[in-house]
Ligand binder design. Structure first.
Ligand code: ACO
Length: 437
């Protein structure tokens, strides 16, 4: 297995003409796949910045983890298509793949699974930390706090320049996030925390910690276990999205990795990003019946109304989100297994999808259902409360965040992330004191 960093190839140059200046030659960088990229580093030296709000045209880094072709609807983790990973592997194998670059063989997988399973407990003092939160706190607020607080617990393995310490941090995070996520749920409903069980699979253990009580075991349904495992796989990584970029930006300062993950969790929470699954289910429930759909479609199209159809559109995918296709199939499997035939949210979702895919407003803007369109319906059917949807996304995405953090820390090109701005404020002026000092 090789983790050597490869530099992009330079085959040609772009020339930038700025009036009154000599032409500036800018290398055009070519990665393994994907669009070519103009290297603008020279511009800063010449006194120019580039302006790209929302970073729609900016590559912030090179990466070997994930590839997306938004026009073709392709998503690859380390070169493997997402649908193959979702149907032929499980989440822990995908964690290994993202972290180490290759799928594990049987021995490697047994060793990795053992390590993860033996880090699932959190420090007992964490329980006191939970007690400090209001019971009605949103579980994402709690998760932000407790994940960041992990940085206060593992001083002995926090040398970010030591690859063994970095890997140890990754194992801890993969292992402890389900425990913390389930604790945030149990706390919100006033139930005692349920300790992890290392005889169960990663996903079955999470379901156990969520739904078992000291009075009753939770019997894990294999169809539900598999569905949740797929949700975890599909959410594991997604290139330089907002939350991953938050982790990288925080990580570029040399900050503690657990604190960097907390930055990712905070960024994921917003409804334009990971919070969309929660917002989408609430929207489907609010629409409630097929006859109300046209009024919501009209609102989504109205420029004067901030309402958007949650679960539609994506910054990168301009066709079907490949994760949504897998998710749609899994959604039907779960509803069949649970004999849910008259789920109003699913009926509304199916009709919304049909209308949006044939409506010129959505077609012209390439607005297709994204991964969050179906995940909420599945999680709801499993019995997971809406406020926990983004927590589950965060749990699954932790492997992506920490893999990016590790990739970044090991990179020869690591530099402090520090964007610039176009200043539009007041010109320099003098203070007029309101009293004498
Ligand atoms: N409903 C209605 N109109 C929409 C929607 C939507 N969901 N999404 C985009 N549009 C419209 C915009 O109004 C805009 O129209 P205009 O060109 O007439 O002004 C056009 O489509 C382009 O939209 P942008 O906001 O410029 O696209 P951007 O790439 O910045 O936004 C985003 C992507 C934020 C995901 C957006 O589509 C959205 O808000 N979707 C709903 C929230 C959602 O589902 N987010 C989850 C994304 S997946 C994830 O993070 C896991």
């Amino acid at each position: 297995m090789s983790f050597e960093e490869k530099e992009p190839i330079i085959e040609k140059y772009a020339t930038l003409s700025i009036p009154g200046k000599d032409p500036i030659k800018l290398p055009i960088l070519k990665g393994t796949m994907g669009p070519e990229c103009i290297d603008i580093r020279e511009l800063g030296k010449q006194g120019y910045f580039t302006y790209d709000p929302g970073f729609t045209s900016t590559a912030s880094t090179t990466s070997r983890l994930t590839f997306i072709d938004g026009k073709k609807g392709v998503l690859l983790y380390r070169g493997y298509p997402i649908d193959q990973l979702a149907t032929k592997t499980d989440y822990l194998q995908v964690c290994y793949l993202l972290l180490k670059g290759e799928l594990p063989n049987k021995e490697q997988f047994a060793d990795f699974t053992f390590k993860v399973k033996h880090h699932t407990l959190v420090h007992n003092q964490m329980e006191s930390l939970f007690q400090a939160f209001r019971r009605d706190s949103h579980p994402m607020a709690v998760l932000c706090g407790v994940a960041g607080a992990l940085s206060a617990f593992y001083h002995e393995t926090l040398d970010i320049y030591d690859p063994a310490h970095r890997e140890n941090t990754a194992i801890r995070l993969i292992a402890k996030m389900p425990t913390l996520a389930a604790m945030s749920y149990k706390y919100s409903i006033g139930h005692p925390f349920i300790y992890p069980r290392n005889d169960l699979s990663y996903v079955a253990n999470f379901l156990h910690m969520m739904f078992a009580t000291p009075c009753e075991e939770y019997k894990v349904n294999p169809v539900i276990e598999r569905a949740l495992d797929r949700i975890f796989i599909l959410h594991a990584d997604h290139e330089q999205n907002a939350s991953t970029s938050s982790v990288r930006l925080a990580g570029s300062t040399g900050a503690n990795p657990y604190a960097c993950i907390a930055a990712g969790i905070a960024s994921l929470w917003g409804p334009a990003h990971g919070g969309a699954n929660e917002a989408c289910l609430r929207m489907l429930q609010e629409i409630g019946s097929l006859d109300k759909i046209p009024q919501y479609i009209a609102r989504a199209k109205d420029k004067n109304d901030p309402f958007r159809l949650f679960g539609f559109g994506h910054r990168v995918y301009k066709t079907f989100d490949p994760r949504a296709l897998v998710m749609r199939e899994t959604c039907h499997e779960v509803l069949n297994e649970l004999h849910i035939t008259d789920n109003p949210a699913l009926q509304v979702a199916t009709e919304l999808e049909r209308i949006a895919l044939s409506d010129s407003y959505f077609i012209e803007r390439n607005l297709y259902p994204n991964v969050d369109f179906y995940s909420g319906i599945i999680l709801n059917a499993i019995g997971i409360p809406t406020s926990m949807f983004t927590v589950i996304f965060a749990l699954a995405r932790t492997i992506g965040w920490i893999s990016h953090w590790i990739e970044m820390q090991g990179s020869a090109n690591l530099r402090l992330g520090r964007p610039r701005q176009i200043y539009m404020g007041k010109e320099v002026r003098n203070v007029k004191p309101i009293y004498r000092r």
